[in-house]
Design a protein around this ligand. Structure first.
Ligand SMILES: Cc1ncc(COP(=O)(O)O)c(C=O)c1O
Length: 430
């Protein structure tokens, strides 16, 4: 099946009710046939469901569908994108190990890496940029993974995944990629060398700003058993899960089995089945929504670039964008509907523009049917130091737009009136 079809049908075989929509299995647990069946299900010897902190039939369809779209061997869904990021990290990291990361990251991911993981004895090494040689220079014998966002949020950089995967693999470490902004319809990191993919399903997958969710997809590609000393968590008996050796016992999907049976089972960031249903609904229409997101975004970017009240526009669809060539190569000629720009007048103009918006929603999200705006320096990235903000690609005046599905003329009218208010102060006419 092609992507558009997988997004609608993947992972679902109707039961005897022949329900067309994926049913919401609103249950906490499942009735075992007998003790022998219970033992086999609990030991993962036969497929089945037991307790819904760990798995659920509705969530299972979403897991299979996302994994199929990403070209992975298995998926795991959890309660938010940040839960997916943290479970992916904790599935592979031990105290004393380090992560090497590209610096252009979503704000909470940056904070988690910079300020939370060090308290657990996990060092995070931020490369000065997202280039493969910058990342390679920081990898050593204690590195347990390289992490990057395929398209950085909000920086908009497009990582050369094949080059980064090559340096990670040469050193014997896996590459974990957050593919939230690109979505698997634009980019499939596993086909470019990534070993694990994480997602915030909250964004383009859900698509309507109603539901949080996250996913981890196992590429099934990384040879954990060949690096037994570096990865004891995959190669030694796991006391938290009746001495399973994940790389040996689940060679096709050791990462998601470990994430589920150690992280999710014991710390419980479970996605509710109702949320999984809503995310499945979103996924069904994602391909047509992305087309409209993109055509609207191209029109908004052209409008901003032609307006003298705008100092700069960063849109990866423009040939002068530093990541244009990588975007052409990795995104199949498509572009995400994220635009960053700065109005003339610096920080104050950014604030005034943000406050003046009437149709665009001022909020912390992207990938919604509704058009959204955020002024990172005063909101998402306000807790970062100036140096940390600059490293994340944020300027004082930066506005990030997530372009939605409204009529393009209404979007441009709103931008026009907000720009007029934003630049009135610096022009001395306010
Ligand atoms: C790239 C990226 N990763 C992870 C997250 C975290 O996702 P969630 O808000 O679902 O926890 C976000 C949220 O904006 C994001 O943009």
């Amino acid at each position: 099946m092609r992507d558009e079809t997988i997004a609608i049908h993947g992972g679902y075989t109707p039961d005897s009710t022949r329900a067309v929509a994926v049913p919401i299995y609103q249950t906490v647990a499942h009735d075992f046939i007998d003790a022998e069946h219970a033992g086999a299900v609990l030991d993962l010897e036969v497929p089945g469901f037991h307790y819904n902190r760990i798995n659920n039939p509705t969530n299972d369809v979403l897991e299979k569908r996302i994994a199929a779209l990403e070209g992975g061997t298995a998926g795991l869904v959890v309660s938010s994108g940040m839960a997916a990021v943290s479970y992916a990290v904790l599935t592979v990291a031990t105290a004393g190990s380090n992560f090497v990361v590209a610096p252009q990251l979503y704000g909470a991911t940056f904070t988690y890496f910079a300020h939370v993981l060090p308290t657990l004895g996990i060092e995070v090494r931020f490369a000065p940029d997202d280039r493969a040689d910058s990342i390679a220079a920081l990898i050593d014998g204690a590195t347990c993974a390289v992490f990057c966002e395929s398209i950085g949020n909000p920086a908009g950089n497009v990582v050369d995944l094949e080059a980064v995967a090559a340096v990670a693999h040469r050193a014997g470490v896996p590459l974990i990629v957050d593919n939230t902004v690109a979505t698997p319809l634009m980019l499939k990191p596993i086909s470019h060398g990534a070993d694990v993919v994480v997602h915030s399903l909250t964004k383009f997958v859900g698509g309507h700003g109603t539901t949080l969710g996250g996913a981890i997809v196992d590429g099934g590609t990384f040879p954990w058993a060949e690096h037994a000393e570096r990865f004891p968590l995959f190669n030694q008996p796991e006391p938290a899960f009746h001495d399973v050796v994940f790389a040996r016992d689940f060679p096709e999907r050791p990462f998601t089995v470990r994430a589920r049976s150690v992280q999710l089972r014991n710390t419980g960031a479970t996605l509710s089945p109702l949320a999984a249903f809503q995310l499945l609904q979103g996924l069904e229409t994602m391909s047509v929504r992305l087309d409209r997101h993109e055509s609207n975004a191209r029109a908004v970017a052209d409008y901003l670039a032609g307006d003298p009240r705008v100092e700069w526009v960063s849109f990866v669809g423009f040939p002068d964008h530093p990541y244009y060539d990588l975007a052409q190569r990795y995104l199949k000629g498509r572009v995400p509907s994220i635009i960053t720009f700065g109005a003339v007048g610096g920080y104050q103009a950014g604030l005034d523009f943000f406050d003046a918006l009437l149709l665009f929603k001022r909020l912390l999200n992207l990938g919604d049917a509704k058009s959204l705006a955020i002024h990172p320096a005063s909101t998402t990235h306000r807790q970062l130091s100036d140096a940390e903000r600059a490293a994340a690609g944020i300027r004082p005046e930066t506005i990030r737009l997530s372009i939605g599905l409204e009529h393009i003329d209404d979007l441009i009218e709103d931008l026009d009136q907000a720009l007029a208010k934003a630049t009135a102060r610096s022009a001395g006419t306010a």
